[in-house]
Design a protein around this ligand. Sequence first.
Ligand code: AMP
Ligand code: FE
Ligand code: FE
Ligand code: ZN
Length: 286
Amino acid sequence: MGMRIDLHVHSNVSDGTESPTRVVFAAQEAGLDVIGLCDHDTFDGLMEAREAGRRIGLSVLGGVEMSTKYKGQPVHLLGYGCDPWNRPLFTELASLRAARVERLQAFLEKLEALGLPLTEDEVAESKGLSPVLGRPHIADAMIAKGYVQNRDEAFEKYLGEGKPGYVERYSTPLKDAIALIRGAKGLAVIAHPWGRGSKDVLTGDALEKLAKAGLEGIEVDHTDHTSHDRELLTELGARTGLIRTGSSDYHGTGKTKNPLGVYTTRPTAYQEIVNRIAARGGVGPS
Ligand code: AMP
Ligand code: FE
Ligand code: FE
Ligand code: ZN
Protein backbone atom coordinates (compact mmCIF):
# COMPACT_ATOMS: atom_id res chain seq x y z
CA MET A 1 0.00 0.00 0.00
CA GLY A 2 1.23 3.52 -0.81
CA MET A 3 1.72 6.43 1.53
CA ARG A 4 -1.44 7.66 3.26
CA ILE A 5 -1.44 11.44 3.52
CA ASP A 6 -4.07 13.52 5.35
CA LEU A 7 -3.18 17.16 4.75
CA HIS A 8 -5.67 19.05 6.92
CA VAL A 9 -6.22 18.17 10.58
CA HIS A 10 -6.88 20.23 13.73
CA SER A 11 -5.72 20.01 17.34
CA ASN A 12 -6.88 21.70 20.53
CA VAL A 13 -4.46 24.50 19.71
CA SER A 14 -7.53 25.71 17.79
CA ASP A 15 -10.94 24.02 17.70
CA GLY A 16 -9.97 20.34 17.60
CA THR A 17 -10.55 18.40 20.81
CA GLU A 18 -7.17 16.59 21.11
CA SER A 19 -3.65 17.79 21.82
CA PRO A 20 -1.17 17.85 18.90
CA THR A 21 0.57 14.80 20.43
CA ARG A 22 -2.68 12.87 20.65
CA VAL A 23 -3.60 13.79 17.06
CA VAL A 24 -0.24 12.44 15.85
CA PHE A 25 -0.73 9.17 17.75
CA ALA A 26 -4.31 8.86 16.48
CA ALA A 27 -3.06 9.45 12.93
CA GLN A 28 -0.66 6.56 13.21
CA GLU A 29 -3.43 4.36 14.64
CA ALA A 30 -5.53 5.33 11.61
CA GLY A 31 -2.78 4.06 9.30
CA LEU A 32 -1.54 7.45 8.10
CA ASP A 33 2.10 8.22 7.21
CA VAL A 34 1.82 12.01 6.88
CA ILE A 35 -0.41 14.67 8.40
CA GLY A 36 -0.65 18.38 7.68
CA LEU A 37 -1.50 20.13 10.95
CA CYS A 38 -3.55 23.19 9.94
CA ASP A 39 -4.95 24.80 13.05
CA HIS A 40 -7.02 27.96 12.58
CA ASP A 41 -4.97 31.19 12.57
CA THR A 42 -1.96 29.83 14.51
CA PHE A 43 1.21 27.76 14.17
CA ASP A 44 1.35 27.07 17.91
CA GLY A 45 0.76 23.31 17.68
CA LEU A 46 3.54 22.54 15.22
CA MET A 47 6.49 22.10 17.60
CA GLU A 48 4.60 19.61 19.72
CA ALA A 49 3.24 17.73 16.71
CA ARG A 50 6.69 17.45 15.11
CA GLU A 51 8.18 16.22 18.39
CA ALA A 52 5.49 13.53 18.70
CA GLY A 53 5.90 12.63 15.03
CA ARG A 54 9.67 12.16 15.43
CA ARG A 55 9.12 9.79 18.34
CA ILE A 56 6.86 7.44 16.38
CA GLY A 57 7.98 8.00 12.80
CA LEU A 58 5.03 9.97 11.48
CA SER A 59 5.76 12.84 9.13
CA VAL A 60 4.26 16.28 9.90
CA LEU A 61 3.89 19.04 7.33
CA GLY A 62 3.37 22.40 9.03
CA GLY A 63 0.31 24.37 8.00
CA VAL A 64 -2.25 26.95 9.04
CA GLU A 65 -5.90 27.50 8.07
CA MET A 66 -6.47 31.24 7.65
CA SER A 67 -9.86 32.89 7.97
CA THR A 68 -10.33 34.91 4.77
CA LYS A 69 -13.11 36.59 2.85
CA TYR A 70 -13.82 36.66 -0.89
CA LYS A 71 -16.71 38.65 -2.37
CA GLY A 72 -18.35 38.79 1.05
CA GLN A 73 -18.15 35.05 1.71
CA PRO A 74 -15.92 33.34 4.28
CA VAL A 75 -13.19 31.25 2.61
CA HIS A 76 -10.68 29.11 4.50
CA LEU A 77 -7.16 29.18 3.11
CA LEU A 78 -4.52 26.58 3.96
CA GLY A 79 -0.88 27.69 4.02
CA TYR A 80 1.71 24.89 3.93
CA GLY A 81 5.43 25.18 4.65
CA CYS A 82 5.32 28.81 5.84
CA ASP A 83 8.08 30.36 7.92
CA PRO A 84 6.08 30.79 11.16
CA TRP A 85 8.18 33.82 12.17
CA ASN A 86 7.66 35.72 8.92
CA ARG A 87 6.71 39.15 10.27
CA PRO A 88 3.80 40.16 7.97
CA LEU A 89 2.10 36.74 8.24
CA PHE A 90 2.74 36.52 12.00
CA THR A 91 1.20 39.97 12.50
CA GLU A 92 -1.87 39.16 10.40
CA LEU A 93 -2.50 35.91 12.29
CA ALA A 94 -2.31 37.88 15.55
CA SER A 95 -4.96 40.29 14.18
CA LEU A 96 -7.21 37.37 13.23
CA ARG A 97 -6.92 35.89 16.71
CA ALA A 98 -7.66 39.27 18.30
CA ALA A 99 -10.77 39.68 16.13
CA ARG A 100 -12.04 36.32 17.41
CA VAL A 101 -11.82 37.53 21.02
CA GLU A 102 -13.31 40.95 20.24
CA ARG A 103 -16.60 39.42 19.12
CA LEU A 104 -17.12 37.34 22.27
CA GLN A 105 -19.22 39.98 24.07
CA ALA A 106 -21.53 40.28 21.05
CA PHE A 107 -22.01 36.49 21.05
CA LEU A 108 -22.83 36.48 24.77
CA GLU A 109 -25.34 39.33 24.31
CA LYS A 110 -27.10 37.57 21.42
CA LEU A 111 -27.29 34.30 23.33
CA GLU A 112 -28.57 36.10 26.42
CA ALA A 113 -31.35 37.64 24.31
CA LEU A 114 -32.21 34.15 23.06
CA GLY A 115 -32.60 32.99 26.66
CA LEU A 116 -29.31 31.09 26.62
CA PRO A 117 -27.06 32.98 29.03
CA LEU A 118 -23.35 32.14 29.14
CA THR A 119 -20.52 33.82 31.01
CA GLU A 120 -17.02 34.62 29.76
CA ASP A 121 -15.66 32.19 32.35
CA GLU A 122 -17.79 29.37 30.98
CA VAL A 123 -16.43 29.98 27.48
CA ALA A 124 -12.87 30.27 28.85
CA GLU A 125 -13.36 26.88 30.49
CA SER A 126 -14.27 25.20 27.18
CA LYS A 127 -11.53 27.06 25.28
CA GLY A 128 -8.90 25.74 27.69
CA LEU A 129 -5.35 26.61 26.62
CA SER A 130 -6.18 27.19 22.94
CA PRO A 131 -4.78 30.54 21.74
CA VAL A 132 -7.64 30.70 19.23
CA LEU A 133 -11.25 31.29 20.27
CA GLY A 134 -13.68 29.63 17.88
CA ARG A 135 -17.42 29.23 17.70
CA PRO A 136 -16.92 25.52 18.55
CA HIS A 137 -15.73 26.62 22.02
CA ILE A 138 -18.92 28.63 22.48
CA ALA A 139 -20.82 25.55 21.29
CA ASP A 140 -19.01 23.44 23.90
CA ALA A 141 -20.01 25.88 26.64
CA MET A 142 -23.63 25.62 25.41
CA ILE A 143 -23.39 21.82 25.58
CA ALA A 144 -22.05 22.05 29.15
CA LYS A 145 -25.11 24.16 30.08
CA GLY A 146 -27.45 21.63 28.47
CA TYR A 147 -28.68 24.09 25.79
CA VAL A 148 -27.71 21.77 22.91
CA GLN A 149 -26.60 18.16 22.52
CA ASN A 150 -23.55 18.69 20.30
CA ARG A 151 -21.59 21.20 18.18
CA ASP A 152 -23.64 20.42 15.06
CA GLU A 153 -26.88 21.36 16.84
CA ALA A 154 -25.31 24.57 18.18
CA PHE A 155 -24.29 25.64 14.63
CA GLU A 156 -27.55 24.48 13.09
CA LYS A 157 -29.74 26.44 15.52
CA TYR A 158 -27.65 29.40 16.70
CA LEU A 159 -24.03 29.88 15.63
CA GLY A 160 -23.93 29.17 11.89
CA GLU A 161 -23.87 32.01 9.34
CA GLY A 162 -27.30 33.65 9.17
CA LYS A 163 -28.53 31.98 12.38
CA PRO A 164 -29.82 34.14 15.29
CA GLY A 165 -26.66 33.84 17.39
CA TYR A 166 -24.20 34.58 14.57
CA VAL A 167 -21.67 37.41 14.84
CA GLU A 168 -19.44 38.66 12.02
CA ARG A 169 -15.72 39.18 12.48
CA TYR A 170 -12.72 40.53 10.60
CA SER A 171 -11.04 38.11 8.20
CA THR A 172 -8.21 38.73 5.71
CA PRO A 173 -9.13 39.51 2.08
CA LEU A 174 -8.40 36.26 0.20
CA LYS A 175 -5.87 37.69 -2.26
CA ASP A 176 -3.95 39.36 0.58
CA ALA A 177 -3.85 36.06 2.46
CA ILE A 178 -2.51 34.27 -0.62
CA ALA A 179 0.24 36.89 -0.92
CA LEU A 180 1.07 36.66 2.81
CA ILE A 181 1.46 32.87 2.62
CA ARG A 182 3.59 33.10 -0.51
CA GLY A 183 5.64 35.88 1.12
CA ALA A 184 6.35 33.52 4.02
CA LYS A 185 7.69 30.93 1.51
CA GLY A 186 4.54 28.86 1.88
CA LEU A 187 2.04 27.31 -0.53
CA ALA A 188 -1.62 28.39 -0.57
CA VAL A 189 -4.49 25.90 -1.03
CA ILE A 190 -8.18 26.77 -0.65
CA ALA A 191 -9.82 24.50 1.94
CA HIS A 192 -13.21 22.93 1.07
CA PRO A 193 -13.85 25.53 -1.70
CA TRP A 194 -17.41 24.38 -2.35
CA GLY A 195 -18.44 23.92 1.25
CA ARG A 196 -21.21 26.22 2.56
CA GLY A 197 -21.40 29.80 1.22
CA SER A 198 -18.12 29.90 -0.71
CA LYS A 199 -19.54 27.72 -3.50
CA ASP A 200 -21.37 30.69 -5.00
CA VAL A 201 -18.26 32.87 -5.32
CA LEU A 202 -15.49 30.33 -6.06
CA THR A 203 -16.49 29.73 -9.68
CA GLY A 204 -14.16 28.38 -12.35
CA ASP A 205 -13.40 31.92 -13.50
CA ALA A 206 -12.65 33.03 -9.95
CA LEU A 207 -10.30 30.09 -9.35
CA GLU A 208 -8.51 30.86 -12.61
CA LYS A 209 -7.95 34.46 -11.49
CA LEU A 210 -6.85 33.36 -8.02
CA ALA A 211 -4.33 30.95 -9.59
CA LYS A 212 -2.83 33.96 -11.38
CA ALA A 213 -2.70 35.75 -8.01
CA GLY A 214 -0.58 32.94 -6.53
CA LEU A 215 -3.07 30.29 -5.42
CA GLU A 216 -1.49 26.87 -5.98
CA GLY A 217 -4.07 24.31 -4.95
CA ILE A 218 -7.64 23.43 -4.02
CA GLU A 219 -8.87 20.86 -1.53
CA VAL A 220 -11.11 18.62 -3.62
CA ASP A 221 -11.74 15.53 -1.52
CA HIS A 222 -13.49 16.74 1.65
CA THR A 223 -16.65 15.76 3.54
CA ASP A 224 -18.24 19.15 2.80
CA HIS A 225 -18.31 18.28 -0.95
CA THR A 226 -20.74 15.99 -2.76
CA SER A 227 -19.18 13.35 -5.02
CA HIS A 228 -20.44 15.30 -8.04
CA ASP A 229 -18.75 18.50 -6.81
CA ARG A 230 -15.55 16.54 -6.24
CA GLU A 231 -15.62 15.39 -9.86
CA LEU A 232 -16.22 18.94 -11.11
CA LEU A 233 -13.48 20.35 -8.88
CA THR A 234 -11.06 17.68 -10.09
CA GLU A 235 -11.64 18.75 -13.70
CA LEU A 236 -11.48 22.42 -12.76
CA GLY A 237 -8.19 21.94 -10.92
CA ALA A 238 -6.68 20.10 -13.86
CA ARG A 239 -7.80 22.83 -16.26
CA THR A 240 -6.46 25.70 -14.13
CA GLY A 241 -3.23 23.94 -13.13
CA LEU A 242 -4.12 23.84 -9.43
CA ILE A 243 -2.82 20.99 -7.24
CA ARG A 244 -5.73 18.89 -5.95
CA THR A 245 -5.59 17.70 -2.34
CA GLY A 246 -7.77 15.64 -0.02
CA SER A 247 -8.12 15.58 3.75
CA SER A 248 -10.32 14.69 6.69
CA ASP A 249 -10.41 18.16 8.33
CA TYR A 250 -10.28 16.11 11.54
CA HIS A 251 -11.46 17.93 14.70
CA GLY A 252 -11.27 15.04 17.20
CA THR A 253 -14.69 14.38 18.72
CA GLY A 254 -15.83 17.88 17.63
CA LYS A 255 -16.89 16.70 14.16
CA THR A 256 -18.17 13.19 13.90
CA LYS A 257 -18.27 13.04 10.09
CA ASN A 258 -14.55 13.72 9.73
CA PRO A 259 -12.55 10.69 10.96
CA LEU A 260 -8.79 10.78 10.26
CA GLY A 261 -7.94 9.59 6.77
CA VAL A 262 -11.54 9.66 5.48
CA TYR A 263 -10.05 11.45 2.46
CA THR A 264 -6.36 11.64 1.59
CA THR A 265 -3.98 13.41 -0.78
CA ARG A 266 -2.38 11.45 -3.63
CA PRO A 267 1.38 10.91 -3.11
CA THR A 268 2.15 12.64 -6.45
CA ALA A 269 0.24 15.78 -5.38
CA TYR A 270 1.98 15.72 -1.99
CA GLN A 271 5.39 15.37 -3.61
CA GLU A 272 4.66 18.38 -5.83
CA ILE A 273 3.74 20.45 -2.75
CA VAL A 274 6.90 19.39 -0.89
CA ASN A 275 9.10 20.07 -3.94
CA ARG A 276 7.67 23.57 -4.43
CA ILE A 277 8.13 24.44 -0.74
CA ALA A 278 11.73 23.19 -0.84
CA ALA A 279 12.48 25.13 -4.04
CA ARG A 280 11.46 28.43 -2.40
CA GLY A 281 13.17 27.77 0.94
CA GLY A 282 10.03 27.17 3.00
CA VAL A 283 9.70 24.76 5.92
CA GLY A 284 9.47 21.17 4.69
CA PRO A 285 7.88 18.21 6.49
CA SER A 286 9.66 16.68 9.48
P1 AMP B 1 -15.04 30.18 13.74
O1 AMP B 1 -13.60 29.72 13.61
O2 AMP B 1 -15.31 30.81 15.04
O3 AMP B 1 -15.49 30.98 12.55
O4 AMP B 1 -15.90 28.84 13.69
C1 AMP B 1 -15.82 28.03 12.52
C2 AMP B 1 -15.42 26.61 12.87
O5 AMP B 1 -16.54 25.96 13.41
C3 AMP B 1 -15.02 25.78 11.68
O6 AMP B 1 -13.65 25.83 11.47
C4 AMP B 1 -15.42 24.42 12.05
O7 AMP B 1 -14.38 23.78 12.75
C5 AMP B 1 -16.53 24.59 13.03
N1 AMP B 1 -17.86 24.27 12.49
C6 AMP B 1 -18.51 24.91 11.49
N2 AMP B 1 -19.72 24.32 11.29
C7 AMP B 1 -19.80 23.31 12.19
C8 AMP B 1 -20.80 22.35 12.49
N3 AMP B 1 -21.97 22.32 11.82
N4 AMP B 1 -20.56 21.47 13.47
C9 AMP B 1 -19.40 21.50 14.15
N5 AMP B 1 -18.42 22.39 13.92
C10 AMP B 1 -18.62 23.28 12.95
FE1 FE C 1 -12.45 24.25 12.70
FE1 FE D 1 -12.19 25.07 7.35
ZN1 ZN E 1 -10.20 22.97 8.95
